[in-house]
Design a protein around this ligand. Structure first.
Ligand code: SF4
Length: 449
């Protein structure tokens, strides 16, 4: 948000008519400045003021959507250089490169592997986002066959990579309703590309040999009405890549330089033959500051660490990760099954629930809402003390679920035991192990129906 509330206020009608839902124009201006209201909510803005405010309040890095529906990739709209300053918003898309030079069975296997490749971590699905289809055969028919195959047999967002502008645009027309990223738009082909890009309403991947060239290309596209643009500064290795990515991000955020205010694409797959170097470059670009990272490997040992890294970097540091408060029934517990309790800090939940599954002993796992903070901090703040847990027991009718009266609490919560013995006098309070990894042994050896 480039404008402050006071600056917005100067442009409002100042009638305090309340039709926007706020008591005064000033209150509306303040809400607009923090992104909590929309310009459309004030029906009395002069059209020229609306245009001016829209431009001034636009995010410094434009939002770009590649693909459609649930598998569309949204990138851009980043507001900070470093995650801890606020948060990163849209995680970079990971694209797998498929060349039309590969034989049919290899392509089919690759597509199948990509479709099947997904992991789960802390309740979230981690997977790749795009197929990057590359024209290397020199045969238009082969490239179009590849594009059709990817379009018809998958719902991935697509990147079309082709140095022949006629072939590129005709392939784009084949899958236009999938809204593919058309790449590369260069100073040599931009005039030919603009009418088709506007007709197909699909994003343009701009490639320049220098930042100056990129600025010229994005300015031309913007003037022609092509709004969704992704930047490739042509970096040839990791060192150049980090330099270029940082320069573009700084220019957009720190200088408000609109011609560079777009998300970027990087190509570790073309930078390095060595797959470890390729992985290293991809990992670096997740942090700084790629919108899309194109890689050549479908190997899960290559991809898993990248996907986990991306997941970690793009979680919001302002909000602890949480799971829902409830009694989780793991492996169909019965009235003789153990009852464990923990907080709704997501990592705690997944460690404990995973350990119970590993023990292969059905159990009730009570998860108390502590606002996503862990056991000790939650105990200190009164969200996970004896009284709070006793209320939880009443709310969820825990006494009716089992015939025994044994409750297993986290091993670190030493002071909680005394409180619970007071609040739940009929229950035996048992410390669980200090480490989650010891839970399977603890349950297998200690729990007898
Ligand atoms: S609707 Fe417009 S003029 Fe009326 S109070 Fe809201 S901002 Fe002011």
């Amino acid at each position: 948000m480039a404008l402050k509330g006071a600056e917005i206020m100067k442009r409002l009608p100042k009638t305090n008519c309340k039709e926007c839902g706020y008591a005064t124009c000033f209150a509306f201006a303040m809400k607009l400045a923090t992104g909590g209201a929309k310009l459309e909510d004030c029906p009395y803005l002069a059209p020229e003021v609306k245009v001016e405010l829209e431009a001034a309040m636009a995010p410094p890095i434009k939002r770009v959507t590649i693909g459609v529906g649930e598998t569309a990739l949204v990138i851009g709209e980043e507001e900070v250089m470093f995650r801890h300053e606020k948060t990163f918003f849209h995680e970079p898309g990971i694209a797998i490169l498929i060349s039309d030079k590969e034989n049919d069975s290899d392509i089919e296997k690759k597509i199948k592997d990509i479709k099947e490749l997904h992991f789960e971590r802390i309740g979230k699905e981690l997977k790749i986002n795009l197929l990057a289809l590359s024209f290397e055969s020199g045969d238009k028919t082969k490239f179009e066959t590849l594009v059709k195959k990817a379009y018809e047999t998958t719902d991935f967002a697509l990147i079309l990579i082709c140095n022949n502008i006629d072939v590129l645009l005709s392939a784009a027309a084949l899958c236009a309703d999938r809204k593919p990223l058309v790449y590369p738009i260069t100073k040599e082909n931009i005039d030919l590309a603009i009418p088709k890009l506007k007709e197909l309403r699909t994003p343009a991947g701009v490639k320049g040999e220098s930042i100056e060239e990129i600025v010229s290309l994005t300015s031309t596209l913007k003037e022609a009405g092509v709004e969704e643009i992704v930047l490739d500064p042509g970096s040839k290795n990791l060192k150049e890549g980090i330099r270029d990515q940082t320069f573009i991000r700084r220019a957009a955020l720190k200088k408000g330089f609109r011609p560079l205010g777009y998300p970027t694409i990087t190509f570790p797959c073309f930078m390095y033959q060595d797959k470890f170097k390729e992985a290293l470059a991809a990992a670096a670009f997740i942090t700084k500051y790629a919108g899309i990272i194109v890689i050549s490997q479908v190997d899960k040992h290559f991809l898993f660490p990248l996907l986990v890294q991306r997941f970690n970097i793009y979680t919001d540091p302002r909000r602890p990760m949480t799971v829902e408060e409830k009694v989780y029934e793991i492996s169909k517990p019965n009235e003789y099954s153990p009852i464990l309790i923990s907080t709704n800090y997501a990592l705690d939940f997944f460690i404990v629930s995973g350990a119970i599954e590993e023990a292969n002993i059905p159990a009730y796992l009570c998860i108390k809402d502590t606002g996503g903070i862990g056991v000790m901090a939650a105990w200190t703040s009164g969200k996970f003390n004896g009284e709070a847990i006793a209320d939880f027991f009443k709310k969820y009718g825990i006494e009716n679920k089992v015939k025994h009266r044994k409750l297993i609490i986290p091993g670190v919560a030493k002071k909680l035991k005394d409180e619970l013995e007071e609040e739940l006098p009929d229950w035996e309070i048992i410390f669980g192990p200090l480490e989650g990894s010891d839970i399977p042994k603890f349950l297998s050896e200690g729990w007898k129906e």
